[in-house]
Design a protein around this ligand. Structure first.
Ligand code: DHB
Ligand code: MG
Length: 234
C-alpha cells in the first residue's frame, strides 16, 4: 500500500492564526532578532506606537534587496520607531548611508534611540518633518541619487512620495512601496477610504510610468493581508 498523503489542513476559519504561526516559524528560522531589533520593538510598544512596523521577514527582505544591489544610499520615507530603518541600514554596503524621514516627533525620538542602540547613528540620518517638505530639500541638496527608497508613510500622499523617489533615483534604483493591498480593498475603485485611493493612485502610476518597470505582491502573515510594490527605475 502506498503511504497516505498528508491532507491540506482546512484553514478557512483560522487563516489569520495560521498566517501568524507560519510567519513566526519563518522568522525564527530566517529573520532572527538580535538585542537591537528586540529593543526597537519593545520600546515602540512601550511608547504606544501602533504595531504597524514591517514584520521581521519583510525587514530581512529589505536588507537582502539593499545588499543585493550593493546599496550605498538608501532613503526611507516614514521611520516610525526605526525598526525597518535598522534592517535597511544593515543591508548597506561599506561606507553606505541611509536617510530616514519622520513627521511625528515622538516617533522620531524613539527611532533615534533605536538607531543609536543598534550602533547605526553614524550611518543613519533621521530628519524630522513632513516628507512633502523634506523631499524637495533632499533634491535641492543633491542628496541623491538613492539606490533604494522604501516608502512606508501615510498612504494618502503615497503618489507624491513615489514621484519624489523616482526623481531622487538613478537608472537601476529600486523603490519599494509598503501596504498596497490593504486587506484586499485595493481593488475597490469606488472606495471612500483615502488610504485605499492613495495606494490605487500610486499603483496606477507605477503601472503606466515609462520611467520604471514594476510589480506588486500580495502578502499574508503576522500583520494580516496586505502587500507591497517594487519598481526598478529604467
Ligand atoms: C498602515 C500603515 C503601515 O505602514 C502599515 O505597515 C500598516 C498599516 C496604516 O496606516 O493603516
Ligand atoms: Mg507599512
Amino acid at each position: 500500500m502506498s503511504k497516505e498523503r498528508a491532507q491540506p489542513v482546512d484553514r478557512s476559519d483560522d487563516s489569520c492564526q495560521s498566517w501568524a504561526a507560519v510567519d513566526a516559524y519563518l522568522c525564527k528560522l530566517l529573520a532572527q532578532h538580535d538585542e537591537a531589533l528586540d529593543a526597537a520593538l519593545e520600546s515602540s510598544a512601550a511608547g504606544g506606537l501602533p504595531a504597524i512596523q514591517v514584520p521581521p521577514n519583510f525587514g530581512k527582505l529589505l536588507q537582502l534587496l539593499a545588499a543585493s544591489i550593493g546599496a550605498k544610499r538608501i532613503l526611507e520615507i516614514g521611520a516610525l520607531g526605526g525598526y525597518s530603518t535598522i534592517w535597511l541600514a544593515r543591508g548597506l554596503s561599506t561606507n553606505g548611508r541611509l536617510i530616514t524621514l519622520e513627521i511625528n516627533l515622538r516617533n522620531a525620538s524613539l527611532a533615534q534611540r533605536n538607531i543609536e542602540r543598534a550602533g547605526l547613528s553614524s550611518i543613519v540620518e533621521l530628519r524630522r518633518g513632513r516628507a512633502a517638505d523634506l523631499l524637495p530639500r533632499l533634491a535641492e541638496e543633491n542628496s541623491g541619487p538613492f539606490d533604494l527608497t522604501f516608502i512606508d508613510a501615510d498612504k494618502v500622499s503615497c503618489l507624491e512620495y513615489y514621484e519624489w523617489a523616482v526623481r531622487l533615483s538613478r537608472p537601476g534604483s529600486l523603490i519599494v512601496v509598503d501596504n498596497v493591498v490593504r486587506n484586499g480593498a485595493v481593488i475597490e475603485a469606488d472606495s471612500t477610504d483615502e488610504d485605499v485611493q492613495g495606494v490605487r493612485a500610486v499603483l496606477m502610476r507605477m503601472g503606466s510610468d515609462p520611467r520604471v518597470t514594476a510589480t506588486a505582491i500580495q502578502t499574508v502573515g503576522s500583520k494580516g493581508y496586505d502587500g507591497w510594490a517594487l519598481a526598478r527605475v529604467l
